[in-house]
Design a protein around this ligand. Structure first.
Ligand SMILES: Cc1cc2nc3c(=O)[nH]c(=O)nc-3n(C[C@H](O)[C@H](O)[C@H](O)COP(=O)(O)OP(=O)(O)OC[C@H]3O[C@@H](n4cnc5c(N)ncnc54)[C@H](O)[C@@H]3O)c2cc1C
Length: 423
């Protein structure tokens, strides 16, 4: 069921059922919503926007995520959506075209990255979850905090419109600026990121080709994601220097981009205002405790990921799978979730810390020196050069990026209440 207005809503038929309220209809929230509803738990997902048609951060659906869809029997339907299949990842680093990872050897049902606009992925998840009678998606419904009972246990979500939704468990999946994790006073450790991103569209012209590519040069980093009709461009610059980039003027900005991606120069001419260029702030942080009685944080709300490696969506979805694996069965059976919340964090802690550690390493060793124009070498780093001579080595980054660490298998129960599309 999808509700597009913002009234406080608690289905009366569900009043005696265990209830989960998930705040945030991003990858983490919707995937968790699908799994909890599949297990027969009355699940409400709240999303503050009215649709998914926004410029999200990233279009990468990785092999580990595709594997989870396969385990749910949804892979063929997902891959029927328009997407580009990326078998290898490459970049132009210091002028050299480099292959960084080769996914084709991964032992999974879909050994490639499916590039698809994130709104298509989210629409797909919302549709699939909507086939379960226990699933409700509330669009235009913004949470402003949590409510607690007399023992200070979280027992519901406070809405911006003044309403409240009661729940046996609240899941904070509201992203890097999570209102809920702040309201729940969960402790945060900032790791920091040296960059921010300008995010904008460049029209695609005949002859532009079809490939997502990244360019890493001393002083300049840009990524161009192929979205068939246009390029989704990311221009990366030193954190906090957006004003300085803007002060140089739009023409100078376009000229700089055309300098690093001459093939897009014609398309870049059509950029006419800074209003078309959004500033995305990059964060790298994690909660040191992801839960308190009645509430669990997952996805970016528990650990904001940097764009490096394009792994954030996939970590968010692995968190959702782990959450359902640990909690959905017991909650459906009427058990108290609180003693189990720590097990979700334990399960996802090492995969998160390792991936963030690698992102920090890349930030410190590659991104920050490049952005400062201080990279000493005039060539790609030696491990990347070695990979070009020994392609078997390209399987290592592909495994790390494509599968991540400690990947989940769907183990949460299926209560068998799914409606077919014809119902
Ligand atoms: C510039 C940039 C580029 C990136 N590129 C990639 C990439 O290519 N691939 C990749 O895998 N990752 C990428 N990432 C990281 C990725 O975006 C995140 O890790 C991922 O989206 C996290 O998913 P999530 O569901 O936890 O949170 P989000 O995707 O942030 O979803 C949170 C949802 O909660 C909603 N919400 C927020 N507050 C409230 C509220 N109070 N009430 C109700 N709803 C609320 C939001 O509208 C949103 O829909 C990138 C990040 C950045 C900054």
């Amino acid at each position: 069921m999808v509700l597009t207005d913002a009234r406080c809503y608690l289905p009366s038929a569900m009043a005696s059922q265990p209830t989960v309220c998930i705040v945030g209809g991003g990858p983490a929230g919707l995937f968790a919503g699908l799994l909890f509803a599949r297990a027969g738990v009355a699940t409400t997902v709240l999303e503050k926007h009215g649709d998914f048609l926004r410029d999200f951060r990233g279009d990468t659906v990785h092999p580990s995520t595709l594997e989870l869809f396969d385990q749910l029997g949804l892979l063929d339907r997902l891959l029927a959506l328009p997407h580009d299949r990326v078998d290898t990842i490459g970049a132009r680093i210091m002028g050299a075209d480099i292959t960084v990872g080769d996914f084709r050897h991964l032992d999974v049902p879909a050994p490639f990255i499916a590039m698809m606009p994130q709104w298509d992925l989210l629409d797909f998840l919302a549709d699939e979850a909507g086939r379960y009678p226990d699933f409700t998606l509330r669009m235009n419904c913004e949470a402003s905090g949590v409510t607690t009972d007399a023992s200070d246990r979280v027992d519901g979500v406070r809405l911006k419109d003044g309403g409240r939704i009661a729940a046996d468990l609240v899941i904070a999946a509201d992203g890097r600026r999570s209102v809920l994790r702040a309201a729940a006073a969960l402790p945060l450790r900032e790791i920091g990121a040296p960059m921010d991103v300008f995010w904008f569209r460049v029209p695609k012209l005949a002859g532009d080709g079809n490939r997502t590519f990244g360019i890493f040069e001393n002083g300049r980093i840009a990524v161009f994601i192929d979205r068939r009709d246009y390029w989704q461009a990311a221009f990366v610059f030193a954190k906090g220097s957006a004003v300085r980039v803007r002060e140089r003027g739009l023409d100078a900005f376009k000229a700089e981009l055309a300098g690093i991606a001459p093939e897009l120069a014609n398309g870049l001419r059509s950029l006419s205002s800074w209003d078309e260029i959004k500033l995305l702030s990059v964060a790298l942080d994690r909660l040191t405790r992801w839960h308190r009685p009645g509430l669990l944080a997952i996805g970016d709300a528990a650990h904001a990921m940097s764009p490096i490696g394009g792994v954030g969506i996939n970590l968010a979805i692995q968190d959702a799978a782990a959450t359902a694996n640990v909690l959905a069965g017991p909650i459906a059976a009427g058990a108290d979730p609180d003693p189990l919340l720590a097990a979700v964090q334990t399960r996802r802690w090492t995969p998160t810390v390792r991936m963030q550690g690698l992102q920090k390493l890349a930030q410190d060793r590659l991104i920050a020196p490049l952005l400062a124009g201080a990279a000493k070498a005039q060539r790609p780093p030696w491990p990347l050069r070695l990979m070009q001579h020994l392609p078997i080595l390209q399987r290592i980054p592909a495994r790390i990026v494509g599968l991540g660490f400690g990947r989940e298998k769907i183990a949460s129960p299926d209560a068998g209440r799914r409606r077919s599309s014809a119902d």
